[in-house]
Ligand binder design. Structure first.
Ligand code: NAD
Ligand code: IPM
Ligand code: MN
Length: 381
């Protein structure tokens, strides 16, 4: 069973297309899939009083994987941090122990025209991978807000324990090994003591991966070089907050945040798959959201949690082929052609999947909950 948490804003709009793509790929490959839709985020606050209802969490724990849309919106922005929709997302990551967040920043060379970068930088396309630590750092440290002698103050504590760094570093090294063998660890070691520890631990893990070329870079310079010289990067490993920011920058590189998928992996239970973008209240309800990030997240789910490389390949091929002739509004070229609506883009993807050639090897074994060992194998670790 796949737990589907559409969430708020454009979450339900793009998740619907991701489920349709997954269903079409399952049909094409003769795979049986079951979905269970659950309230989450702002929608769950309205229905149940909290962003992560017990029944939703229980269903996620039972699931083979979680497919999520996005949460949040102005309607819930005035709520206290501990009861906001976003807290539901952090709670889900924490409860499922998904400490490694994989955010591929990909654009095939044939689609480089949607990138805002110059042809000489974007022409070859992009294929970076941001590996973001997801259950530590500022997001999960102590928080406090106070008033003293009429002056307000607040703090968020950033802390990391060495094992938290080591486990995500090992995943990044293994992924770098299976790709180009280059890994950039990003920190702020010139200022932050957590970054000093980060650098030490990553350096120690590097001894187990002598074939991976590791370099360390300050996060400010990384933001600069990702735009100026994106080809110098392959796998980027970084802590929670820096990874949040650099991955949105990746969205800018390829032309829109709406293109980026993600997978959040832990060592035990089901993984979470969702587009990198948020609930986009500015465009919600108009049927104009780009569903590509959500659909590519479904492909990652098929590959990593179901072991169905065949389904993943079909979905990815279908997305790129659809972009040959259809462009959602965020990628509209200003050439006067009408942008393609979310639903029409999803229709074209489904059609391309059903009419597509099966790519790669067929799915090994059952779409089962064989958990971390299987995901590890599928990541080629
Ligand atoms: P956002 O990612 O929702 O939107 C940023 C900009 O990108 C907006 O202009 C939006 O229209 C555009 N955009 C995003 N996704 C798009 C898509 N698929 N197609 C076309 N355009 C797209 O970020 P934000 O505006 O800073 O945040 C809005 C809300 O989403 C906030 O409540 C925030 O907390 C929440 N949020 C949730 C998640 C999540 O659930 N994973 C992630 C990020 C932000
Ligand atoms: C993301 C989002 C979340 C984050 C928010 C909504 C909590 O921005 O997944 O990138 O900061 O992790
Ligand atoms: Mn973010």
């Amino acid at each position: 069973m796949i737990a589907v948490l559409p969430g708020d804003g454009i979450g339900p709009e793009v998740t619907r297309e991701a489920v349709r793509a997954l269903t079409a790929a399952a049909e094409k490959t003769g795979t049986a899939l079951k979905f269970e839709e659950l309230p989450f985020g702002g929608q769950a606050i309205d229905e149940t009083g909290g962003p992560l209802p017990d029944a939703t969490l229980a269903a996620c724990r039972r699931a083979h994987a979680v497919l999520l849309g996005a949460v949040g919106g102005p309607r819930w922005d005035a709520l206290a941090p501990e009861v906001r929709p976003e807290r539901g997302l952090l709670g889900l990551r924490e409860e499922l122990g998904t400490f490694a967040n994989l955010r591929p920043v990909r654009l095939p060379a044939s689609k480089s025209f949607v990138s805002p970068l110059r042809e000489d930088l974007a022409g070859g396309g992009f294929d970076l991978l941001v590996v973001r630590e997801l259950t530590g750092g500022l997001y999960f440290g102590d928080k406090r807000r106070w008033q003293e002698d009429g002056v307000e103050g607040a703090m968020d504590v950033m802390s990391y324990a060495a094992p938290e760094i080591e486990r995500v570093a090992r995943i990044a090294f293994a992924l770098a090994r299976s790709r180009s063998g280059r890994l950039t660890s990003v920190d702020k070691a010139n200022v932050l003591v957590t970054s000093r520890l980060w650098r030490d631990v990553v350096g120690a893990v590097a001894r187990d991966y002598p074939d991976v070329r590791l370099d360390h870079m300050y996060v400010d310079n990384c933001a600069h070089l990702m735009v100026r010289d994106p080809r110098r990067f392959d796998v980027i490993l970084t802590e929670n907050t820096f990874g949040d920011i650099l991955s949105d920058l990746g969205g800018g590189l390829v032309g829109s945040l709406g293109l980026l998928p993600s997978a959040s992996l832990g060592e035990g239970g089901p993984a979470i798959y969702n587009p990198v973008h948020g609930s986009a209240p500015d465009i919600a309800g108009r049927g104009v959201a780009n569903p590509v990030g959500a659909i590519l997240s479904a492909a990652m789910l098929a590959r990593l949690s179901l072991g169905h490389e065949d389904m993943a390949g079909l979905i990815e091929e279908a997305v790129w082929r659809t972009l040959d002739h259809a462009r959602p509004a965020d990628l509209a070229s200003g050439d006067g052609r009408r942008p393609t609506s979310t639903g029409a883009f999803g229709d074209a993807v489904v059609e391309a999947i059903l009419g597509g050639e099966q790519q790669g090897e067929t799915g090994r074994g059952r779409p089962g909950r064989d958990g971390w060992p299987a995901i590890e194998r599928r990541l080629q670790m």
